[in-house]
Design a protein around this ligand. Sequence first.
Ligand code: GCB
Length: 599
Amino acid sequence: MAKKSILFTLFLLAFIWLISMKSSAGDAMVNVQARKCVSLNGKWQVIIDPMGIGDYREVWKERKPEKKTDFFEYAFEGGPGLDVPGDFNSQMTELTYYEGIVWYKKTFSCSIIKGKRLFLHFGAVNYLADVYLNTKQIGSHEGGFTPFQFEITNAVQEGENTVIVKVNNQRLKDGIPGLGFDWFNYGGITRDVNLVETNDSFIEDYFIQLKKNSFNEVSGWIRINGDHPSQKITVSLPELGIHYGTQSDHQGNAEVSFSAKFELWSPEKPKLYQVLVACETDTIQDEIGFRSIEVKGSKVLLNGQPVFFKGINIHEEMPARAARAFSEADAKVLLAGAKELGCNFVRLVHYPHHESAVRLAERMGLMVWDEIPVYQHIDFASPSVPGKISAMMREMISRDKNRCGVVIWSLSNETFHFTKNRTETLIEVVRQCRRLDPTRLVVNVFSTQGYQNNTITIWDTLNCYSDIICINEYIGWYVPWQGDPKETKWEVVCENKPLMITEFGGEALCGNDTEPKDAASSWSEEYQEQIYKKQLKMFKKTPNLVGTCPWLLADYRSMARLHPVFQKGWNRKGLLSDKGEKKKAWFVIYNFYFNAIDQ
Ligand code: GCB
């Protein structure tokens, strides 16, 4: 009897393990662009499936009539094609507001090489992805903004192969983000897809950054994946004459620790070094910078010096195309907008942006804020939610941890203190985040919690778990001014911390001349400009202020914005219009960033 129940338990455990192996994607390897890749970008054939019937019809089997009496009520052939990477909403008018299932299909040819491994790597799919290779499901992934991969070494066949992805961007009550959010829910295979070839044992991941509070000591690790985990490893920085040697253990892990006299990365001089990580069976190259970021009292120090974050919020959208941004060229347009404004910092909201945007920002001398989509209406009480948040945070950190430009991990935006399980969940996520990366600053963002008698009160104790108090306040827009902005008082929980205004602003339709211009309901540039001027007056007296981030660079699409004349489905808080025209408020911030701050 006892033997039977042990056998049953073993069977159950094996079953659960198999299910979990099949149902979730493996952590993606780091620095995918430096590896041997075959791009699967381009046209993919699609089936649009608003009823979700494709599962019942087993679309992934792609059955074809054999007998005269056979027919199948689906086919990819003869249907539309969509570009990958790219959202589906902007590619077909029928899909403009679509939230639901689209099946994507691509064929590729493969020659199997002994001793090589093959991975199918997705930069991001919004939101759920079920992936099939040659009629068999190889796994799934949840989360619209982080990479994932599946090893397909034993699943590919010589010659033609077919990959089918069921993409579903339906908003979910227990999704991250949840049902309600103020940006456009672009669905699809929104980032690059690659076949990545590696050797049998390869360098899967590494963390090479300066140790906390140090300007010269690198502390990190390297992980080898494969049958030969224990190998000699070198980390070289040719420019500095560094050739550091170490050895990985039987799990493939090696610690890295060496010192060098670095020219530190900064917005003024965004110095990056060529770094080569090599083991006996693999070599990978990266561009890595070194800098120190820390909080000391009420200041943030970059390389030991107090820094003011001249920031701007940016959504990953190309307003002129009304589409998700998905390439380095797109990122260049958005980040050039930040540089022109005089920024040294970009808050990339409200989800991890494309890896190329983060890398480009670093090269352009922009400090980066990386955020996960834990936004307003998250159902923290749902049993699956804490795990999903942790997974997204892990995937973001895993991808961007070697980018010295990234100085802040943001773990939530405007969550509500009254949501069941919110506080304990986010405290735990902060803990996990600090464990994964002890070198960067960690924050949660809150909206103003009280504004009475010209006094702003910030009382949510979750603030005390952040390195910087981060406040979104829309005084002058959602709440009228209650007195002279210069005399605004602040009552802040854990009052000695640095404080950043992570959002402020108001809406204006560019060029509109509705009267009276001094009324909010005119949606005039003048009204928006006034908000900004008063905000700057308030900032002069804001205690511990270490940075400002206007909301936001450019007008962006949001189905939550219903005004038929001034909004038409657009959030008009941009300093730039959807066509890239500068509104009056743009010049207020431009002057502030180029002149006023340093005076
Ligand atoms: C906020 C949110 C941001 C919104 C913005 C607004 O507080 O963080 O995502 O879109 O307000 O426009 O109201």
